[in-house]
Design a protein around this ligand. Structure first.
Ligand SMILES: Nc1ncnc2c1ncn2[C@@H]1O[C@H](COP(=O)(O)OP(=O)(O)OP(=O)(O)O)[C@@H](O)[C@H]1O
Ligand SMILES: [Mg+2]
Length: 259
């Protein structure tokens, strides 16, 4: 179910402001790709265009192509709701629906997609998703309690379970550990390692150790200055980016001299 993502000559705009310029890259199925770079260089902006999530922002639009297994997400007649089902997203702050139980949170995306399910099918999906997110053992006795009653790290794993429940092909994660303690962070990193057996994962992170621990490939973005668009500077195997990058700006960033 995992798919290849090919981005060709992508520009992203907020109204007249070009936030990201001319990105071309290919992400292989069943890999983890990290996006790194200084604040404001467009990592979140670019990530959101991989499932058309930027379209919820008035005035935001793209030029260029994003192909998932050869189909352009921006092609005529493509339904953004279906795109978001194929390409799930996990945000920086865990955002379980506060009035919903743990079980309802896991099923929230599936219900939105209007899939009718028997009680036993939905129980099975809840268990499978929570197991997949390494959360089942911690919550199996309290599935009808509110999702907001979990710790931050558990809430983030609940959000990952919710994303997985719709069987996406790709999961995008925008700094998924930035609000978490080191133990919860390691739990999420272990989970990402597991998830890549089934999904293509793209993760934005400011944590260089995290990028080198979890990702196979790393893309370094930067901006020349305020008001300038963010650009993809270098994209390579993670070990290359962190040990012998070809571009000085990458070297400066990963060694902590800049950003
Ligand atoms: N909703 C928006 N409307 C207008 N401009 C925006 C919007 N979101 C982001 N921008 C601008 O686009 C540029 C890129 O922002 P983005 O949030 O993608 O950066 P980032 O690399 O994710 O930064 P950070 O590491 O701080 O999360 C910035 O100049 C930002 O101000
Ligand atoms: Mg961001």
């Amino acid at each position: 179910m995992s798919k290849r993502i090919e981005v060709n000559d992508l520009n992203v705009y907020y109204g007249k402001f070009k936030a990201v310029e001319d990105v071309t890259l290919t992400i292989e199925p069943r890999t983890v790709t990290a996006f790194i770079g200084p604040s404001g260089c467009g990592k979140t902006t670019f990530l959101r265009t991989l499932n058309r999530m930027h379209e919820v922002i008035p005035g935001a639009y793209v030029e260029g192509e994003v192909m998932i297994d050869g189909n352009n997400l921006y092609g005529p007649g493509v339904d953004p709701v279906l795109v978001r089902r194929q390409v799930g997203m996990v945000f920086q702050r865990p955002n379980p629906f506060p009035t919903m139980s743990i079980r309802e949170n896991v099923l929230a995306g599936v219900k939105l997609n209007n899939r009718r399910m028997s009680k036993s099918d939905s129980d099975g999906l809840v268990e499978e998703s929570l197991r997949g997110a390494n959360l089942w053992n911690e919550v199996k006795d309290r599935l009808d309690k509110p999702g907001s009653g979990l710790s931050g790290g558990q809430q983030q794993r609940l959000c990952i379970a919710r994303a997985m429940a719709v069987s996406p092909e790709v999961i995008l994660m925008d700094e998924p550990c930035s609000a978490l303690d080191p133990i919860s962070t390691l739990a999420i990193e272990d989970l990402i390692e597991e998830l890549k057996k089934d999904f293509t994962i793209v993760i934005v992170t400011h944590n260089m150790q995290q990028a080198s621990r979890v990702s196979d490939r790393t893309a370094f973005f930067t901006i020349a200055g305020t008001g300038q668009p963010g650009k993809l500077i270098e994209y390579d195997d993670t070990t290359t980016i962190f040990s012998k990058p070809s571009i000085q700006a990458t070297e400066d960033y990963v060694s902590g001299k800049f950003g």
